[in-house]
Design a protein around this ligand. Structure first.
Ligand SMILES: *[C@@H]1O[C@H](CO)[C@@H](O)[C@H](O)[C@H]1NC(C)=O
Length: 367
């Protein structure tokens, strides 16, 4: 009897420590890239050596060699548009991984030799992507060598032959709201030096909504979710505020004091007080004033007396103009770009080349 109990206890202890390990891992997340329309969080880990006895043993996706039929995916490497192509490729790698490991919440993929994705498909074994040590044999999407094996620069990276650029990919439950989140870009972190002025005299002129103070009549009937402030709440708040700006036809919106949504149309006005470092990112770290050093600079909010300002970009997404000819599929990548996935027999950036005589009805296989 007590043996059974002991085994159960041991098992529980093991589970708890595994969970704690994952939580700690998630907490020390580096800056990660947000690939629009990619339903996974993709975090750059670094450049690592590989060997013929692979650190990540299973090749799950290949877009360089059509003879690898079972794992080959169109479109093949687009060398002249590589940066953009790579963004979609990495996202497809994450998709493939979670398809193969349906019970896994977060794991690593290695992007190697420009068009291969490697992973560990064994649920029982912890991934050892760093088994052979770090490497500098990786490049960014413009073929520039990395300066460090760690992700010190923004952008996407890939390993050359026998090197993995490793990414941690996490399932990311975008809710219905954030799926329709309007596209916006950072306009910096600006002081609001006199919070006792009337709202219309402040740098951002319309105090539209708040989620911090139920006694103000623009309260949004929900309160700042401090426990999840950096883990989902902030992103959702930004989307809610962006929606309001769109509805009110305002060009700019800002988050002030962690949970206030302000709108404005006048750039001179919101830059009236000086630039400030009183904005924080999702880990409460100072959000770079000039937005140059942080990849994830978009997800920030002003503290007290500061506006983290965003400009709403209302233009339709490039895919909305149906740029892909001959029934090619338009895949959105990055924040506002696309690649065309052509039907068999067609090619070119917009699937404009080719003849429909070649299997016109065959769908390109995604997997
Ligand atoms: C914008 O704000 C500045 C001062 O903050 C003001 O002088 C200017 O007239 C405003 N522009 C418009 C178009 O309202």
């Amino acid at each position: 009897m007590w043996i059974e109990a002991t085994i159960q206890l041991l098992f529980l202890a093991l589970l708890t420590s595994a969970k704690r390990y994952w939580d700690a891992e998630l907490d020390k997340q580096l800056e990660y890239l947000e690939l629009a329309d990619c339903p996974y969080q993709v975090e750059a880990i670094g450049c690592y050596k590989d060997d013929l006895n692979r650190a990540l043993p299973s090749e799950i996706l290949n877009s360089r060699d059509r003879t690898r039929r079972s794992i080959f995916m169109e479109p093949q490497i687009q060398w002249t548009n590589y940066n953009h192509w790579l963004a979609n490729f990495i996202c497809q790698g994450a998709r493939k991984l979670f398809e193969k490991k349906p019970n896994t919440f977060a794991d690593y993929i290695g992007v190697q030799f420009y068009g291969e994705i490697w992973a560990n498909l064994d649920e029982e074994v912890r991934t050892k992507y760093n088994k052979y040590g770090s490497s500098l044999n990786c490049v960014n999407g413009n073929y520039k060598k990395v300066l460090s094996h760690k992700p010190t620069q923004c952008g996407l990276f890939v390993g050359d032959e026998l090197a993995n650029y490793v990414y941690k990919v996490t399932r990311y439950n975008k809710d219905e709201d954030s799926k329709t989140c309007p596209y916006f870009e950072s306009s910096g972190c600006w002081a609001d030096n006199d919070p006792y002025l009337k709202p219309h005299q402040r740098p951002m002129t319309v105090y539209k909504m708040n989620e911090r103070d139920p006694y103000i009549n623009n309260w949004n009937k929900k309160l700042i979710d401090w426990g999840n402030w950096g883990k989902g709440y902030l992103g959702d708040l930004l989307c809610r505020c962006a929606e309001l700006a769109k509805k009110e036809n305002m060009k700019y919106f800002s988050i002030q004091f962690y949970g206030e949504c302000w709108l404005g149309n006048n750039e001179t006005n919101f830059k009236r007080d000086e630039k400030t470092d009183r904005c924080v990112d999702n880990k409460f770290d100072v959000c770079d004033v000039d937005q140059k050093t942080k990849c994830r600079a978009q997800l920030c909010a002003g503290k007290w007396k500061a506006n983290k300002v965003y400009e709403l970009k209302q233009g339709p997404h490039k895919c909305a103009t149906s740029p892909c000819k001959n029934e090619g599929k338009c895949l959105t990548i990055g924040t506002n770009d696309y690649v065309c996935q052509c039907k068999k027999g067609f090619g070119g950036d917009q699937c404009e080349k080719g003849s429909p005589a070649v299997n016109p009805t065959d769908e390109i296989e995604l997997s």
